[in-house]
Design a protein around this ligand. Structure first.
Ligand code: MN
Ligand code: MN
Length: 467
């Protein structure tokens, strides 16, 4: 009997997959390395609530690491480190490899925009002695989650004379914050009977910004005028300047450790900065790669990647064409030989909502970075579906370099689904697969990730671009 069991145990070890919490496999020293990496991540999160701020953070870091701004027609050679800031909302980074560019580039693509409430172009109004901002939400949100939480305001305003004002208010301890209201339960009898999707509507996501009127002999009693006067004193703007502004209301929460064991990080915008930061760090630290490295931190993923700062546009393709030409090749040849990690988050299995996942193919917190062969919905619609061959190549790479990883799909087959930028890059004839960090409460104002998984994403990008 015991001999038989031994055989079964041996066979099990040889033939079956083991899935367990990575914290069981790692040493205390290795776990500390993950935790330390996330200290930097939390700082990045607190300073990069929106895509424009993530670009500023990235460019500052890249300059410190010796990266030079790319200019059209620039001569390039192996070892050169460059970046290109695309309109302040996305950034392209490259390190020229020692191998001929015809062998293709190692591409990492993550997005730095996250779901939020954008101000409308004519946002300011007064109703019943209160001043408010009208919003149009950006990306897929559950609207009820965005009421009664502190909000900060970030972005830019282009004034009538063409000068630009940067706005960042609500993050400093001494700043005021803003808030969307909700009904008290005592008077919500009718609202509470509505389905969750209809309990709060888009036009109810109005942000409270003031309640005291302007006081003057001639014109008094206007709360709107008082707010506009404060804004004029602070930013030098008039009401019409909102028309040429991009102002984004985001949760004013700070990134914090979650749990008594501090094993997780809670923050706004893990999707997809929890992939963008590891990809940025791996690239910034990479020296003398064999293959040319291209990392892109893009905008507009949450609204479908359209627009000239999104990856459905040609800006990445043009950049690779430029690199190819500068190195005596052509874009078509280079793209066709390239490989890409489309770095985006996946849904983590949530024990409170087990019904939406198929247990054998879900991603789990603390089981490492998740490799997603395909995304899409209703019969894989919208996916680029990585080939078995490329999936095998990534699997060997991860295993050979002790990257803890797992496979995962976004929910049960008929439950819904989603897409990433993978398809746009694969459509350029690039071998592409999704790889990222599992997230709890994705697209909520406060999302949760594991520190070990975040570090494993960093390790995955590092071995992919530096091997
Ligand atoms: Mn994403
Ligand atoms: Mn998303």
């Amino acid at each position: 009997m015991s001999e038989k069991k031994k055989t079964a145990e041996k066979l099990e070890e040889k033939l079956l997959m083991k899935r367990k919490n990575a914290a069981e496999e790692l040493t205390a020293k290795q776990i500390k390395e993950c935790d330390d990496f996330c200290e930097g991540y939390k700082d990045f999160m607190n300073r990069s609530k929106i895509e424009r701020e993530a670009v500023i953070y990235s460019v500052e870091l890249l300059k410190k690491k010796g990266f030079k701004e790319y200019k059209a027609g620039m001569k390039l050679k192996a070892g050169d480190k460059i970046y290109k800031n695309n309109r302040g909302k996305s950034v392209l980074i490259a390190i020229i490899g020692s191998a001929p560019i015809e062998e293709g580039v190692r591409l990492c693509a993550a997005h730095i925009d996250s779901p939020r409430l954008d101000l409308k172009q004519n946002p300011l109004y007064e109703d019943t002695d209160m001043a408010l901002f009208k919003t149009h939400y950006y990306g897929g949100i559950k609207k009820y989650q965005w009421t009664t939480i502190p909000l900060s305001l970030h972005g830019v305003i282009i004034k009538a004379d063409g000068t630009s004002v940067t706005v960042n208010i609500g993050e400093d301890e001494n700043d005021p914050v803003f808030c969307v209201t909700d009904l008290l339960p005592h008077l919500a009898a009718s609202q509470m009977t509505k389905p969750l999707a209809k309990g709060i509507t888009g036009e109810q996501l109005n942000i409270v910004i003031g309640s005291r009127p302007f006081k003057d002999d001639k014109a008094s009693g206007s709360v709107k005028l008082n707010i506009m006067n404060i804004l004029n004193e602070k930013y030098g703007i008039t009401e019409a300047d909102f028309i040429s502004a991009e102002l984004e209301a985001v949760p004013a929460f700070k990134a914090k450790d979650i749990g008594f064991d501090r094993s997780m990080v809670g923050a706004y915008g893990h999707d997809d900065k929890v992939c963008a930061y590891p990809a940025l760090m791996a690239t910034a630290e990479c020296e003398d790669p064999v293959h040319t490295v291209v990392t892109v931190l893009t905008d507009k993923e949450e609204t479908g990647s359209d627009g000239n700062t999104g990856l459905h546009s040609s800006y990445l393709e043009y950049f690779i064409h430029d690199l190819a030409e500068a190195l005596g090749s052509n874009g078509r040849t280079v793209l066709s030989a390239s490989e890409c990690l489309s770095a985006d988050v996946n849904a983590a299995y949530d024990p409170t909502f087990p019904e939406v996942n198929e247990k054998n193919n879900a991603a789990y917190i603390n089981r490492g970075v998740v490799v997603t062969k395909y995304t899409g919905a209703r019969g894989k619609s919208g996916t680029s579906d990585a080939s078995a061959e490329f999936t095998g190549r990534i699997r060997r790479l991860m295993d050979a370099n002790e990257v803890i990883w797992q496979t995962g799909e976004l929910g049960k087959v008929d439950e819904g689904g989603g897409g990433t930028v993978a398809a746009y890059i694969a459509n350029l004839n690039v071998d592409t697969i999704d790889l990222g960090v599992p997230v709890l409460s994705m697209h909520a104002p406060y999302e949760i990730v594991s520190k070990i998984d975040t570090f494993m994403a960093y390790k995955a990008f590092k071995v992919f671009i530096c091997d």
